[in-house]
Design a protein around this ligand. Structure first.
Ligand SMILES: Nc1nc2c(c(=O)[nH]1)N[C@H]1C(S)=C(S)[C@@H](COP(=O)(O)OP(=O)(O)OC[C@H]3O[C@@H](n4cnc5c(=O)[nH]c(N)nc54)[C@H](O)[C@@H]3O)O[C@H]1N2
Ligand SMILES: Nc1nc2c(c(=O)[nH]1)N[C@H]1C(S)=C(S)[C@@H](COP(=O)(O)OP(=O)(O)OC[C@H]3O[C@@H](n4cnc5c(=O)[nH]c(N)nc54)[C@H](O)[C@@H]3O)O[C@H]1N2
Ligand code: SF4
Ligand SMILES: [Mo]
Length: 705
C-alpha cells in the first residue's frame, strides 16, 4: 500500500469572529486535519482563540448541514427532504420572481448576520433584487453607529495603532471587552500586548470584565449613562485646560459651542447620574488628555440603547479635544485602500428607496446620508406580520438567527409564521432556520474565498481568505446569491466573485490570485494624513459641533438621555424589577448563537449564565451554580447563577445567544434561556439609528426550583 501523502499546509485567515487571525490549514485527502495559528501576522501574533482552533470540529460536525433541504409538511414541523441545488435554486428563483412581480421587490426582506464574509455581497444582492428591506441585527445596535459618527466627526473611521513603533500610553476601554470580543475593529492579541508593554488601562464598564481586570482604573458605570460620563470628561479636559490647544485651534470646528455646552457637565453632575465617583472621572479625563498618545477602544455597549448616536458622539469628541488622532500610538484614521465592494446601489430604484422601512424616521440607518442604508428591524417584522405599510411576503436569512439575536424574539416568530416564503442559508439547523421552506448548506470559513480588511473597516492590512476544501455540497453564500441573480436575470448577474475580488484589489496592483500567494498586504502606516488637505469632513476639520447632524434634525452637540426603562425614568417598574439588566457581554467560547453544539467549546461553558453581585445573591438566597429565573416586564428565562464581586451591586448581566441544539427540533429549547425574551423592540428608539434597548433594561432575579 502506498504511504499517505503528507498534508499540504495552506495559509488562510480565520473568520470564526469578524476575523483576522492568520491560519495554517493542514489539508490531507480533501479534509482539513489541523488548524494552527500562522506565525508572522501582526494582527494575531501567532495566536488563535478556542473558536478558531475548533474549526475542524465545526466543519465536520455530525449535525452540519451538507445538502439543500426542502420543507416537508407544515411550516416549523421539523420535517425535511433533501433536494438538489438545482431544484432548490430554481424553485426559489421562481417563487421570488413571482412575488417580486406581484407585490414589488420591497415585499422581499433579507436578514443577514453580523459582519461575515458575505456581508457586502448580501447588500449587493438586495440591491440586485431591488429591495430596500435588508437588515442585520447588529447595524443599529452595533458598529455602524461608530463608523457613521466617525465619518461625520473625523471624515473616516478610527482604530487604535497597535502596529507601530509607539505603544499607546493610555487605553480607555469604553463598554468594550476586546480581550474576549476581538475582533471588532482590532484583535485581542495586540491589545493584550499593548497592556503588557505598559499602556495604562482605564475600563468603563459595569462589570470588571476580563479586560477591566488588566486595567489600572475601573469606572463601574451605571448602564446606559455613558454620554454623561463622556461629557463630564470633556468638561474636565476643557476647564482644566488639558486639551491640545494647537490641534483644537488648527483642526477642529465648534470648540466654543462645545465649551458652552459642557460647562454644566461637572464631575459631580455626572457622578450623580453614572454612579462613578467624581474623582475617578477626573482621573480618567486627566490621564487620557495628558498621558499621550492615548486611544479609546469603544464597544457595542454604547450603541445598544436609544441614546446610541449621542453616546457615540460624546465619546468621539474626546479624541478631537486631545488631538489623539492619526498620531503614532493614537487612534488612526482608516486607510481606505481597497475599492468599495460593488454593492450596486444604483440598481435600487428611487421608488424602492422611498419604500425602505424606517428610512424616513431613522435617517442614519436607512436614509440617503446613511453609511450602509438598511431597514428598521421592528418595522420589517411588523410588515411581515400585519401588512403595514405593505406586506413582506418573502424572507431570506443569510447567516442570521433572528429568533435568538433580535429583540422580542417571540414576536419575531409570530411574524415569520406570516411569511409565505422563507429561505435560510445556514451551517446548522437552528430555531430560526426551522421555520424555513428551504435551508441551504453554507460554506464555513476554510471553504471560502474572500478579501479581508484588517482590522475590520480600518484596512491597515489586507489578507486573503482562501477555500482549501469542499465539505458536502456546501456553497459559499456569495456564489449562491450570484447563481440566484443569474437565474432571476438581475442586474450585475454576469460578474463572478473572482471579478469582484480583483476589482477591489486593483488599487493595490494585485489580483486575488496574487494576494492569495502573498497572503498579507500591509504597507507602512502613514500618520497625520489630515495634514495633507485636512480631515474628510465638509469643514476639513474635526467637527465637534456637527453641522451635518444639525441639518438632518439631530442634536449637533451630544447630550445625555436617560434610558427609557431605568430606575430613574420608570421608578414604578423598578419597584417590581429592581435590577438593571445588561445582556450579551461576549464569551470567548461562543459567537452569538453559535457553537452550543461544539463539544470542546460547550464543555468550557455548558450553561447560560446570569452574573450578579454577592449582595444580590444573599438577598435572594442564591449561590453560584443555582438555577435562577431572570424576569423582565416582557418574560422570564432560566439561567445559571454566577455570583461575583466583579459587577455593580445593582446590575444583572445575562448571556445572549442561547438555544440548545441537543434538544428536540424544531424549537431546540429556544424560549428557555434566550436573552431576547427579556428585551424590548418597542419605541422610543434612537432618533437617528432606530436602536432599541438591549442593555440597561430592568429585571428581577429569583431562585428557580
Ligand atoms: N440581547 C442581545 N441581543 C443581541 C446582542 C446583544 O448583545 N444582546 N448583540 C447583537 C449584535 S451586536 C449582533 S452583531 C447580532 C448577531 O446576530 P447574528 O449574526 O444573527 O448571530 P449569529 O448567531 O452569530 O449568527 C447567525 C447564524 O449564522 C450562521 N453562520 C455562521 N457563519 C455563516 C456563514 O458563513 N454563512 C451562513 N449562511 N451562515 C453562517 C450561524 O450558524 C448562526 O446560526 O446579535 C445581536 N443581538
Ligand atoms: N467571542 C466572541 N467575540 C465576539 C462576539 C461574540 O459573540 N463572541 N461578537 C462580535 C460582535 S458582533 C460584537 S458587536 C463585538 C462586541 O464586543 P464588545 O464591544 O466588547 O461588547 P460586549 O462584550 O458585548 O460588551 C462589552 C462590555 O460592555 C459592558 N456593558 C454593558 N452595558 C454597558 C453600558 O451601558 N455601558 C458601558 N460602558 N458598558 C456596558 C459589558 O459589561 C461588557 O463587559 O464582539 C465581537 N466579538
Ligand atoms: S479571534 Fe476570531 S479570527 Fe482569531 S481565532 Fe478566534 S475566532 Fe478566529
Ligand atoms: Mo455585533
Amino acid at each position: 500500500m502506498a504511504a499517505a501523502a503528507a498534508p499540504a499546509v495552506l495559509k488562510s485567515v480565520c473568520r470564526g469572529c469578524h476575523g483576522g487571525c492568520s491560519t495554517l490549514l493542514h489539508v490531507q485527502d480533501g479534509r482539513v486535519v489541523k488548524v494552527r495559528p500562522a506565525p508572522g501576522s501582526p494582527f494575531n501574533l501567532g495566536q488563535m482563540c478556542p473558536k478558531g482552533l475548533a474549526a475542524t470540529e465545526i466543519m465536520y460536525h455530525p449535525a452540519r448541514l451538507l445538502t439543500p433541504l426542502k420543507r416537508d409538511g407544515e411550516r416549523g414541523g421539523g420535517r425535511w427532504r433533501p433536494v438538489s441545488w438545482d431544484t432548490a435554486l430554481s424553485e426559489i428563483a421562481e417563487r421570488l420572481t413571482r412575488i417580486r412581480g406581484e407585490s414589488g421587490p420591497e415585499s422581499i426582506a433579507i436578514g443577514q448576520g453580523t459582519g461575515r464574509h458575505h456581508y457586502l455581497h448580501t447588500v449587493r444582492f438586495a440591491n440586485q433584487l431591488g429591495t430596500p428591506n435588508w437588515y442585520e441585527p447588529g447595524l443599529a445596535h452595533c458598529f455602524i453607529p461608530r463608523i457613521t459618527v466617525s465619518n461625520l466627526t473625523y471624515g473616516a473611521f478610527v482604530g487604535a495603532d497597535y502596529q507601530g513603533e509607539v505603544n499607546p500610553k493610555t487605553i480607555i476601554f469604553w463598554g468594550h471587552n476586546p480581550i474576549v470580543s476581538g475582533a471588532d475593529g482590532e484583535l485581542s492579541f495586540p491589545v493584550r500586548r499593548a497592556l503588557k508593554r505598559g499602556s495604562f488601562g482605564i475600563a468603563i464598564d459595569p462589570r470588571r470584565s476580563e479586560t477591566a481586570a488588566l486595567c489600572q482604573l475601573w469606572l463601574p458605570i451605571r448602564p446606559g449613562t455613558d454620554a454623561a460620563l463622556a461629557l463630564a470628561m470633556a468638561q474636565v479636559i476643557i476647564s482644566e485646560e488639558l486639551y491640545d490647544r494647537e490641534f483644537v485651534q488648527r483642526w477642529t470646528s465648534g470648540f466654543e459651542q462645545l465649551v458652552a455646552h459642557v460647562s454644566g457637565c461637572t464631575p459631580a453632575w455626572a457622578a450623580a447620574i453614572t454612579g462613578v465617583a467624581a474623582a475617578d472621572i477626573e482621573k480618567a479625563a486627566r490621564r487620557y488628555a495628558t498621558d499621550k498618545p492615548g486611544v479609546i477602544e469603544w464597544g457595542v455597549a454604547l450603541e445598544q440603547n436609544p441614546n446610541c448616536l449621542q453616546n457615540v458622539r460624546a465619546v468621539a469628541l474626546l479624541r478631537g479635544l486631545t488631538g489623539n488622532l492619526d498620531i503614532p500610538g493614537g487612534d488612526l484614521l482608516a486607510a481606505g485602500r481597497l475599492r468599495p465592494y460593488p454593492v450596486l446601489r444604483e440598481a435600487l430604484s428611487s421608488d424602492a428607496l422611498g419604500k425602505r422601512i424606517g428610512a424616513k424616521d431613522y435617517k442614519l440607518l436607512g436614509g440617503f446620508r446613511a453609511f450602509m442604508p438598511s431597514a428598521h428591524i421592528p418595522g420589517v417584522f411588523r410588515a411581515m406580520r400585519t401588512g403595514d405599510p405593505y406586506r413582506i411576503r418573502a424572507f431570506l436569512m443569510i447567516g442570521n438567527n433572528p429568533l435568538v439575536t433580535v429583540a422580542n424574539a417571540k414576536e419575531v416568530r409570530e411574524s415569520m409564521l406570516c411569511a409565505e416564503l422563507i429561505v435560510a442559508s445556514e451551517l446548522f439547523m437552528t430555531p430560526s432556520a426551522s421555520l424555513a421552506d428551504y435551508v441551504l448548506p453554507a460554506a464555513y470559513w476554510p471553504e471560502v474565498n474572500q478579501v479581508v480588511e484588517l482590522p475590520y473597516v480600518m484596512e491597515t492590512g489586507v489578507v486573503a481568505q482562501q477555500r482549501v476544501v469542499q465539505v458536502g455540497e456546501c456553497r459559499q453564500d456569495e456564489e449562491v446569491m450570484i447563481e440566484l441573480a443569474r437565474r432571476m436575470g438581475l442586474p450585475g448577474a454576469a460578474e463572478s466573485l473572482e471579478d469582484i475580488l480583483d476589482h477591489r484589489l486593483e488599487p493595490l496592483g494585485l489580483t486575488f490570485e496574487q494576494l492569495k500567494a502573498q497572503h498579507l498586504y500591509q504597507p507602512p502606516q502613514e500618520y497625520r494624513k489630515f495634514e495633507k488637505g485636512g480631515f474628510r469632513t465638509p469643514s476639513r476639520k474635526v467637527e465637534l459641533f456637527s453641522k451635518g447632524l444639525e441639518r438632518l434634525g439631530y442634536d449637533p452637540l451630544p447630550t445625555h438621555r436617560e434610558p427609557p426603562e431605568s430606575p430613574v425614568s420608570t421608578p414604578e417598574v423598578a419597584g417590581e424589577f429592581p435590577y438593571i439588566l445588561i445582556t450579551g457581554s461576549r464569551r470567548r467560547e461562543f459567537f452569538h448563537s453559535e457553537h452550543r453544539q461544539v463539544p470542546s467549546l460547550r464543555k468550557r461553558r455548558p450553561d447560560p449564565l446570569a452574573e450578579f453581585h454577592p449582595v444580590v445573591a444573599e438577598r435572594h438566597g442564591i449561590v453560584s451554580g443555582d438555577w435562577v429565573w431572570v424576569a423582565s416586564p416582557r418574560g422570564r428565562i432560566r439561567m445559571k447563577a454566577l455570583v461575583t464581586a466583579d459587577i455593580r451591586e445593582d446590575v444583572v448581566n445575562v448571556d445572549h445567544g442561547w438555544w440548545f441544539p441537543e434538544r428536540e427540533p424544531p424549537e431546540f429549547g429556544v424560549w428557555e434561556s434566550n436573552a431576547n425574551v427579556l428585551t424590548a423592540n418597542t419605541p422610543p428608539y434612537d432618533p437617528a439609528f432606530g436602536s432599541y434597548q438591549l442593555r440597561a433594561l430592568l429585571c428581577r432575579v429569583e431562585k428557580a426550583e
